[in-house]
Design a protein around this ligand. Structure first.
Ligand code: FE2
Length: 504
C-alpha cells in the first residue's frame, strides 16, 4: 500500500469519479484491505447513469459498508499443530523444479488473425504427424493439389476439420481445409469389419482438429481408408531421484457457499502430519500443484451471488491464501487460473495477479499461466485447467462427465489442449500455444469436479476433482462430483494415491 487508508482510498476512488464526504470516519476501516473497499464502493455505482452527477459516499453509507464487510465470512483460523513425532522426509530434501509457461499473447481478433492462428495450428500439428509417422506417410504438400490427381490415385492429405456431416446415404463427409483449399473426405458406412471400425472412428472426429487421411481420389471426393491422428508414441516412465511426491488440487472455489472448508482444512492438516491417514506419504509431499478455479469469482454465471458466501474477489483470495499459509513452508505451491479466477477468460490465461496474494506470508508460491509445464524432479507435468473438456465431452461419442480421463486421452491423441474452437475462449494469436508440442509425463486437469485417472501410452492422466460440494447446476445436469479427494503422485515410484479428506 502506498499510504494510509485516509489518503489512499480518496485518491483511488477519485480516479473512478467517486467522492468521499467529509463526515467519514476512516478509523473503522483500518483492518480492511483498501483494494477491497475500492472494489466494493465502485460496485455500488456500477449501474449509476453517467449524467446523474457526483457519486458521493457519505459517512452513513460508508459505515454501513464497513459493517457489511466485517460481517462477511472471514477465514476460520485453521488449528494446526504438527505433532512432534512427524518428521517429513520432504523437509530435508531440496526442491528441483522448473516451469515453462504458455504465455498469453495479444490479438486484434481480425479475420487475418484467425487465419494465421489456424495456419499455425495446422503447421505445428502436421509437423508432429510427420515426425510421429515417419516418411512413409508422405502427405501432399497442400490440399489444392488433391483435385489435380485423377480418380483412383491413393494419397494422404492433412488438414483442419471444417465440418462433419452424415450424408443422405449414411456415410460420413468430413471437410478438411488448409490455407489453399478444401477437400471433401468420405468415410463409407461399409459392411466389412475394417470399414465399420473406420466409420466408427470417423464419428469421433472433432471440428477444428488437425488430422491426416489416407484415401483414394474419386471425382471431387477423397474416399478414406485410414484416419490418422498425431497421437503420442509409447513412452518410458521417468522417475525422480528423491523419494518425494506432488499433490494435485483444483476447483477449490473458495468464496462459494459450497466450498468444503472442513475437507480442505483436513488436507492441510494432513500435510502437517496432523491427520491420521498415510502419514508417510504426507511427509513425502514436496510440491502442491493447484489447477484453477481457486476462488469462486463473481459474475461468472447468472445469479451467482446467491451461491456466494464471500461476494468479493479480494476477500475470496485473502481467504484462499490464508488457508494456504498453513501448508508447510518446505512445500512449493504452484497455481494456475481457471475460468472462475480473476484473470482474462481467453486461453492461454495469464497468472493470477500477485496483488491478490500479497498477504501470503511464505515465499514458496508460484503463480503461473494456464496452461503451464512444470518439471518436478525430472517428471514433466502439463497443467491445464480443462475448460475445453466441456466441448470434447459434448461432441465425442462415449465421453462423459463421469470419466474426465477419457476426454483427456482424446485431447492427447489430438495433440491439442482445446481442439474445438469456440466452446471455451481462446486468443486467436499468431501462435497456437495450446498445441501439445512437448509430450508430458503427466497430463493434469481439473474443471470437471470429478477425479479421474488413466495411463495412456506411458503418460499419467489425472483429474483432481474439486473441493466444492454438488452445485444446483450439477444436480440439473446429473453430474456427480467427487469432492475432497486429493491425488498424490510419488515421483520416484510413479505410484498415484487418492486420499479422501471428507471424513476425519
Ligand atoms: Fe470448477
Amino acid at each position: 500500500m502506498d499510504g494510509s487508508i485516509d489518503k489512499e482510498l480518496p485518491k483511488r476512488l477519485s480516479k473512478l469519479g467517486i467522492v468521499l464526504a467529509a463526515d467519514i470516519d476512516f478509523s473503522q476501516a483500518e483492518d480492511i484491505d483498501t483494494g477491497l473497499l475500492v472494489s466494493r464502493i465502485s460496485d455500488l455505482y456500477k449501474d449509476y447513469p453517467a449524467n446523474e452527477g457526483l457519486k458521493i459516499i457519505d459517512g452513513q453509507g460508508f459505515s454501513r459498508l464497513i459493517a457489511e464487510l466485517k460481517s462477511e465470512k472471514v477465514p476460520a483460523p485453521v488449528e494446526i499443530s504438527a505433532p512432534t513425532s512427524f518428521s517429513p522426509a520432504a523437509s530435508g530434501v531440496r526442491s528441483h523444479f522448473s516451469f515453462f509457461e504458455k504465455k498469453a499473447e495479444s490479438t486484434s481478433g481480425t479475420v487475418s488473425d484467425f487465419v494465421e492462428y489456424f495456419n499455425d495450428r495446422l503447421r505445428k500439428i502436421k509437423k508432429i504427424i510427420e515426425a510421429e509417422r515417419g516418411s512413409s506417410l508422405n502427405p501432399v504438400p497442400n490440399l489444392e493439389v488433391v483435385s489435380k490427381f485423377p480418380s483412383g490415385r491413393e494419397l494422404c492429405a492433412v488438414g483442419v476439420v471444417r465440418s462433419r456431416i452424415t450424408t443422405k446415404n449414411g456415410n460420413m463427409m468430413v471437410v478438411i481445409e488448409d490455407d489453399k483449399s478444401t477437400v471433401k473426405v468420405i468415410f463409407m458406412n461399409g459392411t466389412s469389419e475394417r470399414a465399420k471400425a473406420l466409420f466408427a472412428k470417423s464419428g469421433t472426429i472433432m471440428n477444428d482438429e488437425v488430422l491426416a487421411v489416407k484415401g483414394k481420389v474419386s471425382g471431387p471426393f477423397l474416399i478414406a481408408n485410414e484416419l490418422i491422428w498425431p497421437d503420442i508414441p509409447i513412452r518410458e516412465q521417468k522417475h525422480s531421484e528423491d523419494d518425494v511426491a506432488v499433490a494435485f488440487a483444483s476447483d477449490i472455489h473458495v468464496g462459494s457457499k459450497l466450498f468444503l472448508e472442513k475437507s480442505f482444512t483436513n488436507m492441510i492438516r494432513w500435510l502437517n502430519g496432523d491427520f491420521e491417514k498415510k502419514k508417510d506419504l504426507a511427509g513425502k509431499v514436496k510440491y502442491l500443484m493447484i489447477g484453477g478455479d481457486n476462488a469462486d469469482g463473481i459474475g461468472i454465471y447468472p445469479n451467482q451471488d446467491r451461491d456466494l458466501a464471500v461476494s468479493d474477489y479480494y476477500a475470496q483470495y485473502r481467504m484462499l491464501f490464508k488457508l494456504l499459509e498453513n501448508v508447510p513452508d518446505y512445500i512449493e505451491i504452484f497455481m494456475i487460473p481457471g475460468n472462475h479466477d480473476s484473470v482474462q477468460l481467453s486461453e492461454p490465461q495469464p497468472p493470477i495477479e500477485h496483488e491478490l496474494a500479497k498477504d501470503f506470508a511464505n515465499s514458496n508460491l508460484h503463480l503461473l499461466s494456464n496452461p503451464t509445464y512444470v518439471n518436478f524432479d525430472g517428471v514433466n507435468v502439463l497443467a491445464y485447467h480443462g475448460a475445453s473438456l466441456d466441448s470434447v465431452i459434448a461432441s465425442v461419442p462415449g465421453m462423459s462427465y463421469a470419466a474426465p480421463e477419457k476426454a483427456m486421452i482424446e485431447i492427447l491423441k489430438r495433440r491439442h489442449l482445446s481442439p474445438i474452437y469456440g466452446g471455451n475462449t481462446i486468443v486467436p494469436s499468431k501462435n497456437d500455444n495450446l498445441v501439445i508440442e512437448r509430450i508430458p509425463d503427466v497430463l493434469f486437469m481439473g474443471h470437471i469436479h470429478k477425479n479421474g485417472f488413466a495411463n495412456y501410452h506411458g503418460v499419467d492422466i489425472v483429474n483432481s476433482g474439486t473441493w466444492q460440494t454438488r452445485t444446483d447446476y450439477q444436480i440439473k445436469q446429473g453430474h456427480i462430483p467427487t469432492p475432497g479427494i486429493l491425488p498424490v503422485l510419488e515421483l520416484k515410484s510413479r505410484v498415484f494415491n487418492f486420499i479422501d479428506f471428507n471424513t476425519p
